[in-house]
Write a protein that binds this ligand. Structure first.
Ligand SMILES: NC(=O)c1ccc[n+]([C@@H]2O[C@H](COP(=O)([O-])OP(=O)(O)OC[C@H]3O[C@@H](n4cnc5c(N)ncnc54)[C@H](OP(=O)(O)O)[C@@H]3O)[C@@H](O)[C@H]2O)c1
Length: 282
C-alpha cells in the first residue's frame, strides 16, 4: 500500500471494530481498481461519536461506514439522509460530498441483492417471517415494505418491541399486512411459518457465543427458503437445519458483501469488484 498526501481516507466508525471485515474488503477493492484510497477502522466510544462525526469534514475524510452501536445516533450529524435510511431510522454509510455529509443505509439494498443472488427471490408479493426487531430487522423490513412484500410477520423475543416496530412501519405503509408475533406464541409462530415463503433471521441468535432460536422449521412448506443475516459462523445451525429439511438456505456473508459493494459504489462512482471483495471476506 503506497500512502501519499493525495490518498483519500475512508473508514468505519464503530465500537468495538477490531473484528470488522470492512477494512480488508474495501482495501482489496481499492487495490483492484488502482484507486489512491485507504480504509481504516476507527474505534469510537458512544460519548465521542459527535466529535468524530464533526471531524469528518475538517479532516477531509471521504466516507465512512457506521456500525454498532452508532447507526441510529449518526443520523443526527448529517446534512441529508436517503429515503431508505430515513425509513430504517439508521445509516451505515456516509459520503462527504464537497463538505456535505450524505447518509445512506446500504443494508437495505445489501439484503435485497443477497436474497436475489443466493435464493433467486424478489420481495414483491413475498410472504415473510422476520425474526428480530432490532436494527438489522428494521433494514430488512424497509427493504420488504419498499418492494411491496405481501405479508410480513415480525417475530421477536420481546413482543413489545415487535409491536412498536410494526405500528411505526404501518404509519408509512398503511395498507400493508404487517403483524407482530411473540416468539413465545407457539401457535402464532407455526401459523406464520406455514404461510411464509421466506424465513429471515435478523436476530443475533446463532452468532458465535449466542444460542440459536428454537424455531419449528418443519412448519415451513417445502418450497420455503431461509436467509440468516448472521455470518459468524459461516453456516449457522439454522441454515444447517434448513438444509437438512431440504430447504434452500443461505447465510449473511452475502449481505455483508453487497452492502459493502453498494457503499463502495456510492463513494467512488465505480462498479465494485464484487468477486475480489468476496474472496477476501470468505
Ligand atoms: N449480514 C449482514 O450484513 C448484517 C447486517 C446487519 C446485522 N447483521 C447481524 O444481524 C444480527 C442482529 O443485529 P442488530 O443490529 O439488529 O442487533 P440489535 O439491534 O441488537 O437487535 C438484536 C435482535 O436480536 C434479538 N435477540 C438477541 N439475542 C437473542 C436470543 N438469544 N434469542 C432470541 N432473540 C435474540 C433481540 O431480541 P430482543 O428485542 O428480545 O432483545 C433483537 O430483536 C447480528 O448478528 C448482526 O451481526 C448482519
Amino acid at each position: 500500500m503506497n500512502i501519499k498526501a493525495s490518498t483519500k481516507i475512508y473508514g468505519i466508525f464503530g465500537h468495538p471494530v477490531g473484528h470488522s471485515l470492512s477494512p480488508v474488503m474495501h482495501n482489496s477493492a481499492f487495490k483492484a481498481l488502482h484507486l489512491d484510497s485507504v480504509y481504516v477502522a476507527f474505534d469510537i466510544q458512544p460519548r465521542d461519536l459527535e466529535s468524530a462525526a464533526r471531524a469528518i469534514k475538517p479532516l477531509g475524510i471521504a466516507g465512512v461506514n457506521i456500525t454498532i452501536p452508532h447507526k441510529e445516533s449518526m443520523t443526527f450529524f448529517l446534512d441529508k439522509i436517503s429515503p431508505e435510511a430515513t425509513l430504517t431510522g439508521a445509516v451505515n454509510t456516509v459520503k462527504n460530498e464537497n463538505g456535505k455529509l450524505l447518509g445512506y443505509n446500504t443494508d437495505v439494498g445489501g439484503f435485497l441483492r443477497a436474497i436475489k443472488e443466493d435464493l433467486g427471490l424478489h420481495p414483491n408479493g413475498l410472504k415473510v417471517a422476520l425474526l428480530g426487531a432490532g436494527g438489522a430487522s428494521r433494514a430488512v423490513l424497509s427493504a420488504l415494505c419498499m418492494n411491496e412484500s405481501s405479508r410480513i410477520y415480525v417475530m421477536n423475543r420481546t413482543y413489545d418491541k415487535a409491536k412498536r416496530l410494526v405500528s411505526e412501519f404501518k404509519k408509512s405503509f398503511k395498507d400493508f399486512s404487517i403483524e407482530a408475533v411473540s416468539l413465545e406464541d407457539k401457535t402464532g409462530v407455526e401459523n406464520a411459518l406455514s404461510i411464509s415463503d421466506l424465513l429471515v433471521n435478523a436476530t443475533s441468535a446463532g452468532m458465535e457465543g449466542i444460542d440459536p432460536i428454537e424455531i419449528p422449521l418443519e412448519s415451513l412448506s417445502k418450497e420455503s427458503m431461509v436467509y440468516d443475516l448472521v455470518y459468524k459462523p459461516r453456516e449457522t445451525s439454522l441454515i444447517q437445519r434448513a438444509k437438512e429439511l431440504g430447504l434452500k438456505a443461505s447465510g449473511g456473508l452475502s449481505m455483508l458483501l453487497y452492502q459493502g459493494a453498494e457503499s463502495f459504489e456510492i463513494w467512488t462512482g465505480e462498479i465494485a469488484p464484487v468477486e475480489v471483495m468476496k474472496k477476501v471476506i470468505e
